[in-house]
Design a protein around this ligand. Structure first.
Ligand SMILES: [Zn+2]
Length: 121
């Protein structure tokens, strides 16, 4: 009887970890980075840990955007205030980086399962 109890406890722990991993992977897979220029969508990429580099050059100026496992950040910009660079990286759904002088907006949006974002360590 004791041994059976241990098996049940182990089974519950394994199932819990499995569910947790499934949920956290899902909510990560559903995050997307949307880059907008002058109010129009310029590019959209999944925030799944893979690295992407965007070098955006318009008549308004230059921004170098890095997307990787740490989130999204503007690494370099030639705007006068550099606020967008100083913000650093963002990775949560609903966060955004705005480079007003360049009319550039970077947002993180979630897919259908964003309500699962409540599960975090
Ligand atoms: Zn800027």
């Amino acid at each position: 009887m004791k041994r059976l109890d241990i098996y049940i406890v182990i089974a519950v722990i394994v199932i819990s970890i499995g569910l947790f991993l499934t949920f956290s992977l899902q909510s990560q897979e559903n995050r997307e980075v949307v880059i907008s220029l002058k109010g129009e969508e310029y590019s959209r990429v999944k925030l799944d840990g893979k690295e992407h580099l965007f070098e955006i050059k318009t008549e308004l100026g230059y921004n170098r955007i890095i997307v990787n496992a740490d989130g999204v950040r503007i690494e370099e910009a030639d705007c006068p205030d550099h606020d967008c660079v100083e913000i650093g990286s963002i990775k949560k759904v609903g966060q955004s980086i705005i480079c007003a002088p360049h009319h550039l907006v970077i947002e993180i949006i979630g897919g259908e399962d964003t309500d699962l974002d409540g599960i975090s360590i």
